[in-house]
Design a protein around this ligand. Sequence first.
Ligand code: 16G
Ligand code: MG
Length: 547
Amino acid sequence: MSINLRTVYAFAREMYPKITTEPIQYGTAGFRGKAEFLDSVMFRMGVLATLRSRFRGGSVIGVMITASHNPEPDNGVKLIDPKGEMLEPSWETIATDLVNVSDQDLEQQVAKIIKDNQIDVASSSHVYVGMDNRYHSPRLLKAVSDGVIALKGNVREFGIVTTPMMHYFVVSANTKEAYGKPTEEGYYKKLISAFEELRDGCLEKGNYRNYLVFDGANGVGARKMLQFIKRMNKSLDITVINQGIGSGKINEDCGADYVKVQQRPPKSMPSVEPFTRCVSVDGDADRVVYFFTDDSGQFHLLDGDRIATLVAGYLMDLIKSCEINLRLGLVQTAYANGASTDYIENELKVPVSCVPTGVKHLHHKALEYDVGIYFEANGHGTIVFSDYAKSVIAQAVTTNPKAKTLLLLIDLINETVGDAISDMLLVETILNHKGWDVKDWISTYNDLPNRQLKIKVKDRNVITTTDAERICVKPVGLQDEINMAVSNYKRGRAFVRPSGTEDVVRVYAEAATKEDTENLSYEVGLLVQRLAGGVGPELTKPNNAHL
Ligand code: 16G
Ligand code: MG
């Protein structure tokens, strides 16, 4: 096969010209931005995915087009490495350089990547592409595919799929189907058969009722949940809201991010019995949170920390009862509620580690355990089992029937990445096995009130952090001031960090009471504005502020 790099340049100039010189960076979740500026980025990512596939000996590389929980006008793209992981960091830099060069320099830049990485351009390559249901996604998907075609690679388009489905397809293909069939049906089949076998015909038990409301965020999750329902043998009774039909916009006033950040149900929430389990996922269905309202109409959130603690407690008991010895650990970020960390360390007695925000950090750390559970408070997470754990469990099945449950759980869990639907089926399995409703679940510990703020500054990169983002190093002096503010509040904790996805600095605060939390977040917000070059409007002073 002969490759003419001129084709890349010609395609780019004719069909996907770069229309902005604004620099763009491969961040925590790939490239994100307004959809109208992304055509050239997508084309170049098609080119890069093809090169990456050749570099990795022809393994399948995935490309997912989505802006996840961001508003509808945004879109984004992220590459998936052969084992389902996020793109290797050194290639993030290559990606950033490639999308920022001018059209004229593109051919030369591609040649440089080939040379620097000694890529055999005549070798075979396989790229899988999927997208969310934003109206501009099909146009951007075509741009990615053209990028692959420009380098004579093989491209397979999956159409509208969730992000975790793409990870699943990539891993399934690269493991020669040992993980499952790399098709949409293969994905449904793997999850549903494990889920139904785990229910074993027992749909209701103790306080557990077999009904929930599913908020699909007007995104891909809604469509796929409807497909699940069609294929499930009535093993779970689900009402899907925010299905993305009609005027509903993706993530607008609904979905996991809205529910978590606003701490309220989606706007379109129908009236349901108090204590009904409700689930919200984000636009590309890799995050999930639970919520309910009690009999006084009060809203309660069960976020990623709650899911992590539920799963950790359950798995630990199960492992013990199978009489096997596996090192189980839980990975969180600084956003984890302090009460959840206390509960895990002191009650469950499971080791906890804290890492910087972003799935790749959590996933990487979780791989250090035999059974590594990781969740961000925002609802992104999964469980990874080492090869050793899998072999010990498989061995235990021969002598202890309980180990079969563990084996089925491994099938139910999408180990490649946080998967809202798989996580939800896991939570449903655990609640069902325990005979728990949301009251039982939430009573395990009391969350500390918490608050997040976004602060606009001239340049968010003036803030640098260390110790898994819990300590601010620069600007010098800011951390001392934060410490001083925190010391005035019982159970106070606060940190600041530059966002990886938006041009803002984020502030997190928690304290013993809601009032204290409001005050602490306000104080820290003011500090950021003062010491890190705030440009936004004055922060709204809480009613009871003592400043
Ligand atoms: C991205 C990350 C998510 C993280 C969020 C933080 C992945 C796949 N996603 O969505 O894990 O919580 O960014 O956003 O890594 P922020 O940096 O704007 O706070
Ligand atoms: Mg997402």
